[in-house]
Design a protein around this ligand. Sequence first.
Ligand code: ME8
Length: 668
Amino acid sequence: MSRFYITTPIYYINAEPHLGHAYTSMVADAVARAHRLNGDEVFFLTGTDEHGQKVERAAKKAGLPVKAFADETARKFRDILPALNISHDDFIRTSEPRHHAGAQALWRAVRDRGFIYKGKYEGWYCTVDEVFVPETQLVDGRCPTCHGSVEKIEEESYFFKLSAFQQPLLDYYRQHPDFVVPSGRRNEVLSFLEAGLDDLSISRTSLTWGIPVPDDPAHVMYVWFDALTNYMTAVGYGDPSPDAKARFQTFWPADVHLIGKEIVRQHAIYWPAFLMAASLPLPKQIVSHGWWLMDGAKMSKSLGNVARPEDYIERFGLDAIRYFVFREMVLGQDANFGDEAILTRYNADLANDFGNLVSRATTMIHRYCEGRVPTPEPSLLREPEQSLTASAHSAIDKARRLTLAFDLSGALREIWDLVAASNRYIVAREPWKLAKSGTSAELATTLFVVADTVRVIAELLRPFMPGTAEKTLTLVGVTAEPQSWRRLATGTLTPGITLGETLPLFPRIEQSIEELRAMSTGESLDANQPPAAAAPAPAAVPSMQPPAAAPTPVPASGVDGLISIDDFMKVELRVAKVLAAERVPKSKKLLKLSVDTGVDQRTIVAGIAEAYEPDALVGRTIAVVFNLKPAKLMGIESNGMVLAASVEGGKPELVSFDTPPPPGARVR
Ligand code: ME8
């Protein structure tokens, strides 16, 4: 069995937790859960960073003794974890005695090897980031990271001989190309290292809220020396008991420190240098993610533009928020947080794609098979079934690899490809028709394959949406313990087991953002509650739902006019087949098309009447924008857009294919 030790940053307690903190904890949680499913022994650590000038000042402002203030705000960081369904194994506070002992042990180890000396620090300090800023790095006299004001300090200080580690760190980076990921961050670290390192001030005399420096209590440790050590003290460093020593041997070095991009330098330069100085092993990897932005600016306590996780959980439900943040943020890049984007993903991906799949699968088994998983007929597992099974195996393999590599967005994209393939399979097999005119073996086989694929999807969703995964499994009759991802395979659902009662997983939200906000009451969190504003679930059998795909706005392009691949992927282009076509009365240009999108049948109004005769279009394979906001044209609701080339002065020319792919295939 492999071991996997993962940490989040320990959060400053100068204000309440916000969505940025919640995000890091949720990502670490998803990866920790994936490792557990992989059969690894996991240790997942989070906690609070309680010392330093920032917290001391926040306590003063709140009119509280600093210890009382720390207890109160640290509690908020701890209490939010169950509401986010975080599966951490330990929560460390730097004000705990176990941590003091560890930080002092590291100080002694570094000092005794000759890497600490006493001097005087004269220079600038940014309290928001708790960093010393060299004069040459000030930007218009302000902190280069947070753009806040800096203060001049002049005091006796201990220094760490950071300059001695420039070459050892460069050598280490060359030998360990994946030490810091993504690579863009690694390159920044390398440039910083190549520019040379100054020694680092690691103690303060002008504040008392900190860990006393061993043998010189007039100094407290610089908060970053103190804080970084938490990763070791939580697994026993500094505790002489045999138990603690064994724990440290077992878990150190950590496998991953997961952090936001603004604290890479502390983790990728200071921390390894402290450890090298103490002759201790370095963590195996530092994974850094981008920022959640609110209206283009970093969401931060100091700027006060934060989203409270509680508000969004109340509006959309916990798993919808987990899904949104995992799916939306590509590792290393920044992403925008906001209700519109969440609502869009909720209705399109969760209510329409996933919710409808589970609802169709289970409703049909209840209706046609007395609520028990039917027995498939092996000879009827033909091309469509084999193709869906192949998609499921590919999703299992890719989702597992991508999740373990922190590409949660990519993993979810793979899982949603399988959701789409399952929806297409249902449309192609038309079980409601088989129930009327097919053989019972055909119907049983079809519904077994669908239910079994839903089971695979739910097993794959465990790290991302643990509550939803469990509920979905119960809906298809599975109550067993989580299955190892190593053994996860298709075809293992047990025929004859009884399905749970049907219930809507992600009822479509019909309310506007304003209505949702107005309905937020700010009452207590309950991870199991569906969103307050949910509309009843649509019945999706046997008639297909009308277009439920909610609009995904195309983000504005950057200054260079280019969009990222992720922006492009938000536009769902799909293959569709024209089932019927007619002219729109009183319109020269418009045709009303009824199309099969592989997921549903829908109406699209297209401005191609001058170029195409309606009858000539029937049976033709076209490409459509699948997730476009519905719009009314000549009183007809159009759900999507047909892709056609338009030449100046000419007639529109429909996009076509050499060999028509099946409806529902994504066009990229
Ligand atoms: O830096 N987007 O604590 P902190 C994404 N105590 N993640 C965000 C975010 C945003 N807008 N805002 C915060 C500290 N985070 C130190 C760490 S570790 C030894 C000491 C997340 O309370 C992200 O993980 O400022 C970031 O690195 C962390 O919260 C900073 O939390």
